[in-house]
Ligand binder design. Sequence first.
Ligand code: BG6
Length: 474
Amino acid sequence: MLVFGGTGDLALHKLLPALYHLHRDRRLPADMRILALARKPLDADAYRTLAERHCRANVPRANLDASTWQAFAERIDYFAMDASQSADYGRLARHLGNACQRGRVYYLATAPGLFEDIAAHLANAGLAGSNTRIVLEKPIGHSLESALAINQAIGRVFQESQIFRIDHYLGKETVQNLMALRFANALFEPVWRSGHIDHVQISVCETLGVENRGGYYDKAGAMRDMLQNHLLQLLCLVAMEAPVRFDAEAVRNEKVKILEALKPIAGFDVKDRTVRGQYAAGKIGGQEVPAYYFEKNVDSDSDTETFVAVHAEIDNWRWAGVPFYLRTGKRMAKKSSEIVIQFKPVPHRLFQDGQANGLLISLQPEESISLQLMAKSPGKGMHLAPVELDLNLAHAFRQKRRWDAYERLLLDVIEGDSTLFMRRDEVEAAWRWVDPIIGGWHAYYQRPRPYPAGSWGPEQAHSLLEQQGHAWHR
Ligand code: BG6
């Protein structure tokens, strides 16, 4: 596995710890090597020291013992090169030597601006044969046009079956459980539709700010960084029809149909159906944190959104008229990623109190699924109260260790299974829906509304639901 961007945050914080865990669990092929590539003039030992420091910070102490680390470190090598320079690929080919004949994965943990160059240079250096795979990190481009250009350039060098567009949300255990819940239980299917479901909420709230990623984030914003990919992927899994088989083509065929059925939001609708926000100074966990525009590498007059909420709709038979509320933001009151399926109330009310049923699928911080039902409170009279049928996945399966999404997905790449990766047409369909929203913000000067760090986003995000008689789940 060759990791471009080997000294970057993603490689050091996510990929190497995930590979370490896979190594520790003996999931990696015994002879697999990891070659980190970056511009820094390091030798292999210096890189291993850097990798160890980051793994120690990201792997629970009990899982990192000296001898396992030593054996893992022997898999790691480093090669200093400039990924934008074609001449460096000749040097890389010579460095690989006979290893060129082996199966290879290129992991592009770099800015998307480099994807096209890297693919072309790999091809020119004879390094892109049929025994190779390429992994692209999201976001793929920053608009439909740039995504088309990237997909075309990569497609000239690699077959679609060799391309793995990663969205780490698809590697999360509960996200896959959503498919199990829907398609392995007969219970939900008859009510999983507009006649029974009132609305759906998909909410990914973080307490973190932009950390060291201001340079990238200020050009992306919450829409491109999170909603275009992670939230739309979750929406697809909630809304798609049952695939005929659980394989890459069948699953992705169904997901793309949902993306294509998303009702366009353009022109004046953008103002009515979307809310942008940007965090102002505030408190997170009792600590003062600065406003977004004071963050490192962020423009002091930035109009990038760190929060976005959208009232989406899916124009198809199953979902016509059901609001899908999507919301994501940084520096929010609590880290929580969840999907709420809010059912309609009973058609005829017998009891005074009562609430409609809700299914809560929590991805973070806990992975759990719970169904809210109404029950009678003990004692005299018919007083009802909500109770929860809880499926705590960690308890149910007495897991020793929770797999990180990257572990699962890296293993899938190594094994060549692209079911949980985005196909070219999915990425393009997502941009086709997102682009007019971003265009509308600029056309109507819809600047992000400030919200205090540590809050639940701008007031307008609450009005977005209140207009429809709904409220965000807390
Ligand atoms: C990444 C985004 O894809 O997902 C980050 O680029 C974000 O901005 C992260 O913080 C959230 O992932 P998770 O798994 O912590 O919810």
